[in-house]
Design a protein around this ligand. Structure first.
Ligand code: GRG
Length: 290
């Protein structure tokens, strides 16, 4: 399984390196590349591939769109680490982008990665029709802004040191982490011009994958090793973060995540029997230590 993830990560990185190389080099590019590689599991790309296989979409198309998502993800991590957000000095086993290049460069590199995602989606080398490109741009913008990761991040910061209900925590995590996974799961249905009901169905699967992913991430913070995770662990408790672990406890959070995994596969099975790849990726997400 790990080999399949590594292959997708390598192909996504290769696509991004080539895309950046084709552009005029500026001084910001060094900080942007630092936020993209090395490191990073590129798991969002892998999920896009797992669902894409069901719809028989070209590997090259899926890798390009996965690369766009990974640009947004990299931007969100750079900004998440800033002193005004989570103030983290270590990411992927190396100094965070603002520690290495300074805060203003980190903000601008993050902004440039955000916009690069849309350069990729609208590029003429992406061989999908214009109407579909517009739909993808619209969905990815929505997933990234106040209804998606930026909105979720806002809630995450505003919930610190407060008693927050389970539903509110789930809503925050689905926005902060789930929306990008929802986009990844919906992409193949959007490309195949499926109806809104089908697109919603896949977005919902993505939201649950995001929730599962966030619980696994919180478990790493709770019990994981900083050395292996490549980031400082044990921060959530110190900062008084509202997570499903802080609310349900460690063991119940694990039980809850297994329940979500079961639901994701059961839901997908209603649509297709080709769930093996996704099943393996979900197992990887649940057992990962970084
Ligand atoms: C400033 C407008 C504005 C927005 C900022 C910072 C931000 C928006 C959003 C943060 C979202 C965030 C950091 C969510 C956490 C998601 C998460 C679990 C990240 C870790 O993802 P991995 O494990 O990381 O896939 P790698 O290193 O493998 O890429």
């Amino acid at each position: 399984m790990k080999n399949k993830i590594i292959r997708v990560a390598e192909d996504t990185n290769l696509f991004l390196k080539k895309f950046i190389k084709k552009q005029k080099k500026t001084e910001l590019v060094t900080a942007m590349e630092y936020g993209l590689f090395p490191g990073g599991k590129k798991i969002r790309s892998k999920i896009l591939l797992d669902i894409g296989v069901i719809f028989k979409i070209r590997y090259k198309t899926l890798i390009a769109i996965g690369a766009a998502v990974e640009c947004i993800h990299a931007y969100s991590l750079i900004h998440d680490d800033l002193p005004c957000m989570d103030n983290d000095k270590l990411r992927r086993g190396k100094p965070s982008t603002h520690i290495k290049f300074g805060e203003s460069t980190a903000v601008l590199a993050g902004n440039s990665l955000l916009t690069m995602a849309f350069e990729i989606l609208t590029s003429s080398s992406l061989k999908i029709n214009e109407k579909t490109k517009v739909d993808l741009v619209q969905k990815l913008s929505e997933s990234s802004g106040h209804l998606g990761i930026a909105g979720g991040q806002y809630l995450d910061l505003s919930f610190e040191k407060k008693k927050i209900s389970k539903n509110k925590i789930i809503d925050m995590e689905i926005k902060k982490t789930g929306k990008l996974f929802s986009f990844c799961c919906a992409v193949p249905a959007i490309i195949k011009r499926k109806n809104n009901k089908d697109i919603k169905f896949f977005e919902n699967i993505g939201a649950n994958i995001g929730l599962l992913f966030q619980i696994a991430d919180d478990l790493i913070d709770f019990k994981g090793s900083s050395k292996i995770a490549g980031k400082i662990t044990g921060k959530d408790k110190k900062k008084g973060k509202a997570t499903l672990i802080s609310l349900l406890g460690y063991k119940n959070a694990i039980k809850y995540s297994n329940k979500i995994k079961f639901k994701i596969i059961k839901d997908l099975n209603r649509y297709s029997s080709k769930t093996n790849n996704l099943n393996e990726t979900l197992d990887y997400i649940l057992t990962r230590n970084k």
